[in-house]
Design a protein around this ligand. Structure first.
Ligand code: FO1
Length: 320
């Protein structure tokens, strides 16, 4: 491998933050070396279509067509379809662009024809020229339900509809007990040379992936070192509600708070320079630390963090 990075790298990812690091890995290593296992518990139905936000965010990002500002959706997309829906009196609360609609239409048609989600996504990714493998955590329907003082909310109602304002008192992943890993998920974990938990929300992005039957156990058995990148920098989530969730669920809102959630699972933890004072406490959990610039800007920055993260993971391969 010319990059010097391994040829079998696994990333566990949610949406925007996960997609950025996954893109960094694809840029720093051979794109074909990367398999991304993606959360599907944010998936839902809208206008009769199956929407898979995290899978699409990873697909558009690795395909180089993601909106660079939002991180989700397609760059330069128009909203004529939503405008037409609004003219019929609909409230287009979830912003689906016109090109994005094409993804949902085709996916829904193919799912209705009986094809599994993993197969449908592989075909869509192939059409976009993506050399990395993007796997849903499961082909089975799983839905995050967010518990709040006002009652249970479907994930996108909480996240987009109510702008993450509600206090979160817990979660439930409906369907998780019946879900089995998508084809390739367990094999890719056991074959991996390095496994990276992306800087995604530990509760609602990485959490559901770990809860699919057999995945946590496969990670426990994996010969590859497992490293996580903190989604919390300087006591604040880089993006999204992870900080608020840590607080309301009684955890410390810091990289240490996230490291505690991953204790026993990961061998290493990557944190930002701002959090360097947390190194002794994190290492006391039984993991090594890498202190670096953990906030990613553009592709060069993503590739830099990815290369540092994968290289940091590697010494444990050689460890006796
Ligand atoms: N996030 C928003 O905050 N508002 C939106 O209207 C929105 C639309 C959307 C459409 C397609 C898609 O793939 C993602 C979209 N997202 C939107 C992001 C998504 O809700 C979240 O990033 C994830 O579910 C959390 O990981």
């Amino acid at each position: 491998m010319t990059s010097g990075l391994p040829s079998r790298i696994i990333a566990l990812a949610g949406g925007v933050g996960g997609a950025k690091l996954a893109q960094g890995i694809a840029l720093a290593a051979d794109p074909a070396a990367l398999t991304v296992i993606v959360n599907t518990a944010d998936d839902f139905d809208l206008y009769g279509l199956r929407i898979c936000p995290d899978l699409d965010t990873v697909m558009y990002t690795l395909g180089g067509i993601a909106d660079p500002v939002q991180g989700w959706g397609v760059a330069g997309d128009t909203t004529r379809t939503l405008e037409a829906l609004a003219a019929y009196g609909e409230d287009p609360w979830f912003k689906l662009g016109d090109r994005d609609f094409a993804t949902h239409i085709l996916r829904t048609e193919r799912l209705r024809a009986g094809r599994p989600l993993s197969d449908v996504m592989a075909a869509l990714c192939g059409s976009l020229g993506i050399a990395s493998r993007i796997l849903p955590m499961t082909d089975d329907p799983v839905a995050t339900i967010v518990r709040t003082p006002d009652g249970d909310l479907e994930f996108q109602e909480y996240f987009v509809g109510r702008r993450q304002q509600d206090e979160v008192t817990g979660f439930r992943f409906a369907g998780i007990r019946e879900a089995v890993p998508a084809p390739g998920v367990l094999d890719s974990i056991s074959d991996a040379e390095v496994i990276v938990l992306c800087p995604s929300n530990p509760f609602v992005s990485v959490g559901p992936i770990l809860d699919v039957a057999g995945i946590r156990e496969a990670l426990g058995r994996a010969v590859a070192p497992i490293v996580a990148v903190s989604p919390i920098v300087g006591g604040t989530a880089i993006k999204g509600p992870a900080g608020k969730m840590l607080a309301s669920l009684g955890h410390e809102v810091s990289a240490l708070g996230v490291a505690r959630l991953y204790a026993g699972l990961v061998d290493g933890f990557v944190i930002d320079r701002q959090d360097a004072d947390l190194v002794p406490a994190i290492e006391s959990l039984g993991m090594r630390t890498l202190v670096t610039e953990a906030i990613m800007g553009g592709p060069e920055d993503r590739a830099r963090l990815a290369a540092e993260t994968v290289s940091f993971a590697l010494p444990t391969i050689a460890a006796p």
